[in-house]
Ligand binder design. Sequence first.
Ligand code: 13P
Ligand code: SF4
Length: 349
Amino acid sequence: MLDLTNIRAILAEHYDLAPSVEKAEAMADIYARMDRVVPAADWAIYAPYVAAINALKKERNAVILAHNYMTPEIYHGIADFVGDSLQLAIKATEVEEDVIVQCGVHFMAETSKVLNPGKTVLIPDMGAGCSLAESITAAGIEEMRAKYPGAPVVSYVNTTAEVKAASDICCTSSNALQIVEAMDSDTVIMTPDQYLAQNVANESTKKVVFWPGSCIVHELYTAEDLRAYRELDPEVKIIAHPECTPAVVAESDFTGSTSGIIKWVHDNKPAKAMLVTECSMASNIADELPEVEFAKPCNMCPYMKKITLEKVLYSLHTMTEEVIVDPAVADKARQAVQRMIDLSQSLAK
Ligand code: 13P
Ligand code: SF4
């Protein structure tokens, strides 16, 4: 586990990280993208980190790929590219810099490494896991294959490289239905998210069998809670991620990946919206959409929130923690990820 006291002492030796109104004002353009959700005093604390990271990024020839669940100071302050899991994977195939700093969770960094074996991929905290990725191993995939002989295995990208390597193809929340439909089999195995699989099954022509994993953030939402909220505020539009249960999805006005959710809110501009997903989603788009009032109930991902400005600066300063994937595993995992990217892009044409 990272020792924050030690990290602070090392950073203090090399950088001036004292809160600074001058640095905050010098980056007023960046602050303007989050001033609806980040108080000015907080920005004066973040600004020295943002300035130091953005300068160090150039020195190290590094790029920061950040997931939509990052906090606003990361999402707007230091990220070079933000997106959902599919967009991040595609972007990882286009990176020119030598170093990728993944602001997200471990499976995302592993995917970047699998797609870029020659580059250095850093994650600011190795402890940024995912309940879905932890729910299954390659042995679980073999168990499913033995139970459903001949059925292709579609694994969510929220899995380890080992699990991807044991799968036929990957999917993300934005392409799961299309990938399952494209399989040349009446029965399709989906791992490890039971709710994503059930939501796909509800719209698919295939028999979808699944592994009993779940996301600790999205499984907390209930259809009863959503109905109660709608009764209190009938104007609210409820927008859910497909890692939620089918009952929650049935209660929602729209379901989509994190970027799908952002796009839907931009396109529809509802007066009131409840994003049934991780808390930072609403914060990150609040300034772009002043006409939308976002409902406050949300659940936080403890793994995503392990990534902080302080840890990103330390990661770039020390060039740690480096993500390493066994080359033989990476070769097989790359096939499953690349197959998904190719299929997804050809279906989008
Ligand atoms: P997206 O691919 O929709 O960004 O989802 C990733 C994730 O971990 C959601 O919990
Ligand atoms: Fe994993 Fe859920 Fe966190 Fe996404 S929100 S990283 S699926 S635990």
